[in-house]
Design a protein around this ligand. Sequence first.
Ligand code: NAP
Length: 244
Amino acid sequence: MSQRVAVVTGASSGIGAATARALAADGWHVVLGARRVDRLEALATEIGGEAFHLDVTDPASVTAFAQGLSRCDLLVNNAGGALGTTSVAEADDAEWLQMFEMNVMGTLRMTRELLPAIRSSGDGIVVNVGSIAAREPYRGGAGYNAAKHAVAAMTRVLRIELGGEPVRVSQVDPGMVETEFSIVRFGGDEARAASLYEGMDALTAEDIAETVRWIASLPARVNIDTMLVMPRDQVSAQSIHRRA
Ligand code: NAP
């Protein structure tokens, strides 16, 4: 394939789906990965991309996904999320392990698997979607904070280890973005998720997609190392301005 290929994980909703649309509009051939293949296929048809089942918590699934690719110039490690808001004192091992599997091990597996193709593209890019949680611990966030801090460390180490090679490594850290993120975090409680965004203007998935598109559009000499993108109404992890 002569067109440059972007792989977007977690492309079945939210930031991943919006990023796939933005990249396709910018001329990328986009390969979509996630577990809900019906959604992926509809989006792939819309943007002229390809859709493959991907579970980043399953090493065999990551390998099978990679084998379906003819090339990879850009990898957007977006699949991930938070589960629960329990305190350290009441932490649930299963939730912590799943958060590490999807955010940390998923990012590691995808990067390791696709790095040979990214390297050989001659101008490769890895964009990891982190979070304000990667920078600022907050009450009830320990498991997600720990996972996203681990992603931030991995992003930095990868950048160091690839120094001198034609590969850029970036991390985009969003604040509050209204997607399915909070519905998943609150175990499907849509009312609780909606209340989180009441009285404030959260970011949209398209706002973060635009930062990824822009990072990937820059000349090869420009590496955006990290970018924190917050709503105007949010000044830190738990300091949010709400209107009545
Ligand atoms: P979302 O709408 O819930 O999207 C999460 C995506 O990840 C879905 O497409 C989901 O697809 C995918 N995913 C989850 N587990 C997966 C797995 N095991 N294998 C493959 N794909 C998997 O939430 P979002 O806000 O767009 O989240 C995208 C990224 O942004 C996440 O890394 C999240 O931590 C980060 N983030 C979000 C916010 C926010 O406020 N929304 C803030 C900061 C950072 P399937 O379920 O179909 O597999």
